[in-house]
Design a protein around this ligand. Sequence first.
Ligand SMILES: Cc1cc2nc3c(=O)[nH]c(=O)nc-3n(C[C@H](O)[C@H](O)[C@H](O)COP(=O)(O)O)c2cc1C
Length: 135
Amino acid sequence: MNPAADSLSHILYVSHLAPQCNATVVPRILQTARRHNAAHGITGLLVFDGQMFCQLLEGPASEVAPLMARIRQDARHVHLQTLYEGEPTVRHFEAFSMGYAQAEDEEPLHALAQHQGTAALHALQALLPQLDVEH
Ligand SMILES: Cc1cc2nc3c(=O)[nH]c(=O)nc-3n(C[C@H](O)[C@H](O)[C@H](O)COP(=O)(O)O)c2cc1C
């Protein structure tokens, strides 16, 4: 295998719940995510505020890229906007196959979506202490 394809990769994006969907889609997304991600060395965090999703995925580049391609095609959300892509040296969310947190109101993810690059990553890190992340 190409060694570059197995480097650690992480990606942060925001998206909006599709108009025809409601919050009941979230438990099913989490169930799929936790099963798939655990089996493919992917860890991360999903935050949902009732309208917007924010997800950080991290894992081998060879796994993250095809997963991201599937997530982009998923009709349960729209307006997917990548905020950050990089090759970290360490995992930030090692403990989670997909941690989940519900944001109390819509302000934090709206604010996060205004950032790009490392500023977006830092905005997510700054938000974490306010979130009650479940495994
Ligand atoms: C906001 C959002 C986040 C998702 N996160 C993941 C994830 O982390 N892992 C995963 O396997 N599927 C995730 N999914 C589901 C995928 O889009 C897709 O439905 C799933 O991987 C099954 O793909 P398949 O039907 O082609 O097998 C997510 C979907 C949405 C809408």
